[in-house]
Design a protein around this ligand. Structure first.
Ligand code: SF4
Length: 298
């Protein structure tokens, strides 16, 4: 039985750090450090796996120990092999982490573009743009209308009173805000919290589309009329959020659930039952058991 863990991992490291062609993105220093740390973890796990297989000594290939020595495996000792148990392949782990790094870099690039965007008139009065925040690979992407005053101040989506209502809903669903992604149809605050104009939503939508392509959420939840009209424009007049809420739509193959905006719930508490009904459908679609409905007034 032979094994070359040190050689194969060194090749993984080398191939990860050396671009294969001019079209590939260079890895930044922080990314490189994080990747190297991941590879060390993978290597340690691989050695553990070998140990479970009965390998007590691993070979040291000469090209990694001394250039003057012959390129050969020096020794491998095997004792009483044990059955394999769910051994993770180190390469797939590494690929997954590379995807994570890539998704983070893409989201950051979108946020930087949004921060500098002046495509529509909403840039004129914003304190800052609000690209959205949350998990890079969420089960659920919540999409609202646009930043309000608190969001405009803090640069974060849904942090005002409506945001607190959304947080309660997310928690009730069994998630934390960090486990989902929260964004808006327009990234800059409309003056006096007015509804964004169709032209403004059209100009801003590409940023959201780019985010969705990176996030690949399992389900999208559209919060309110603007989110619905902005992402999936109704095909005929008269199709309102009240008519479509609770019914599954689809965006780019992703199941999409329209429901009321949290700020509407602040004014109409009875609508909470409708929203909770919609979220139960979302949880069922995600294979989760919906918790009991909230008690009245909560
Ligand atoms: S709302 Fe969107 S399109 Fe308009 S300036 Fe802000 S980021 Fe650009």
């Amino acid at each position: 039985m032979t094994s070359e863990p040190t050689r194969s991992h060194a090749k993984s490291v080398a191939s990860a750090f050396v671009p294969r062609d001019a079209g590939q993105r260079a890895i930044t220093r922080p990314e490189a450090k994080r990747l190297l740390s991941c590879l060390v973890d993978d290597l340690a796990r691989h050695v553990d796996n070998l140990h479970e297989e009965g390998v007590t000594e691993v070979a040291c290939a000469s090209e990694f120990s001394s250039a003057s020595q012959p390129k050969s495996i020096t020794s491998v000792k095997v004792v009483q092999p044990q059955p394999k148990q769910n051994i993770e392949h180190p390469t797939s782990n590494t690929e997954h982490r590379m995807e994570e790094i890539d998704a983070g870099a893409k989201l950051k690039a979108i946020a930087q573009t949004v921060a500098a965007c002046k495509k529509c008139g909403l840039h004129a009065k914003r304190r800052q743009a609000v690209p959205g925040q949350g998990n890079m690979h969420p089960d659920i992407l919540f999409i609202g209308e646009g930043p309000g005053e608190d969001e405009d101040k803090q640069g974060l989506a849904f942090v005002g009173r409506a945001g607190q209502m959304l947080t309660r809903l997310i928690t009730r669903m069994g998630y934390t805000r960090d486990e989902v992604f929260i964004a808006n149809i327009v990234k800059c605050r409309p003056p006096n919290n007015r509804k964004p104009l169709p032209a403004e939503m059209n100009m801003c939508r590409p940023y959201l589309e780019q985010q969705i392509a990176v996030l690949k959420p399992k389900v999208i939840v559209l919060l309110g009329a603007s989110a619905f009209e902005g992402l999936i424009p109704p095909k005929a007049p008269g199709i309102t959020i009240s008519k479509v809420r609770g019914k599954w739509l689809e965006y780019q193959g992703i199941p999409t659930m329209p429901t009321f905006h949290p700020s509407y719930l602040l004014r109409n508490q009875s609508a909470m039952w409708d929203v909770w009904n919609d979220m139960q459908l979302v949880l069922t679609r995600l294979g989760r058991t919906p918790p009991p409905a909230p008690a009245k007034g909560k």
